[in-house]
Design a protein around this ligand. Sequence first.
Ligand code: EPU
Length: 416
Amino acid sequence: MERIIINGGRRLRGEVRISGAKNAALPILTSSILTEGWNTFSNVPNLRDIHTIKTLLLDLGAEIEDGKDLRINASGLNNHEALYALVKTMRASVLVLGPLLAKLGKARVSLPGGCAIGARPINLHLSGLAALGANIELRNGYVEAKARHLKGAPVFFDVPTVTGTENLMMAASLAEGITTLNNAAREPEVVELANVLKKMGANIKGEGTEIITIEGTKVLKPIIHSIMPDRIETGTFMVAAGITAGDIRVRNCNLNHLDSVISKLRETGLKITEESDGLRVVGNKLIRTVDIKTMPYPGFPTDMQAQMMALMAVASGTSVILETVFENRFMHVSEIRRMGADIRIDGRSAIVKGVRKLSGAPVMATDLRASASLILAGLAAKGRTEISRVYHIDRGYDGIVEKLSNLGADIQRVND
Ligand code: EPU
């Protein structure tokens, strides 16, 4: 079994290059289903979730050439089924639903189950596709969707859903007529997908706002595209500078996507300055407390909540972290507590009383961002931290052990 071992207490210094964004790459790769011919994608991160989506695309009949760039040709698609075996390992597999339906007129996709951070239903994806004229049935654990011709229509999301908005944008791009997505997600990854679809020839307006309008077109063409940098990986390395009182230059990142995170981190006392190709983050021994409330974009991202909690665990006072996006995203709390953190859960809030020092301990990763918070806590802790179930981290952080090691952390991956 693989584990990550950290001997904490080192100040991190140096430069780190951020990889392509997982949550932008996943829908972009599935959008290739909509096109005829070879798409070429660069800056694709090397992650377990990306391998899963490639396996799924291959299974659907797409051709893939994997080199420095990733090339995908979905002209020969001959299967419309996303099997349980794949979907259960990655919920984002549901991102093939919209494109398959638009391209082949049918899709059979396993219903994702609950997951470590919440129930995460896909009812809004389904009601949106039904509004476009799809006939949807749930049978034997699968969504079976059929539509001879999707027709543009108004869609209203009860809550803004990132992958739901993406699925609908992809389906509507090949539908007949105009679709409006109301209360749409405004995340940068949604905007990036809209830009990709526009490059392919789609007519989309309003991405990045609550109302996205899509006028369907008959054919989309393949493109060459470089995936944008990962804002959550960027934020995670910023916290790494903060929690180790380090000095890190973060390269290949987009500061415009990180306003809420940068503003909170500055309040904690971090010095963050913009540089030509990124930013410099200088930490301070004294970490001030901030309260956090996670929200859809442009609010504070739920995907940075666990990392901020690690920082607040060693801050000078008490902070309150309110999780409003997912109902069960505090699985990391009991693990960080094992390292000496003083955290109490009260409903959707975590009350974090900063302690002077965390102490290294054996801990278990429970989901992707929880693993990142345990690594951060381990970097700050006195002594040795051993993190098991590291496959969670491989889903979303490309080469995190090597990157932290290059910054001077005493961190290694061992395989018993
Ligand atoms: N929701 C519904 N019904 C739906 C869809 C969503 O009730 O049909 C609810 C969810 O239960 C949740 C809220 O709406 O309470 C928002 O969920 P959303 O659909 O936006 O989440 P997602 O699309 O499944 C994406 C990211 C997540 C990230 C969330 C929130 C991808 C592949 N995943 O998930 O990323 O946390 O948006 O920003 O884009 C991660 O990278 O670690 C991760 C979990």
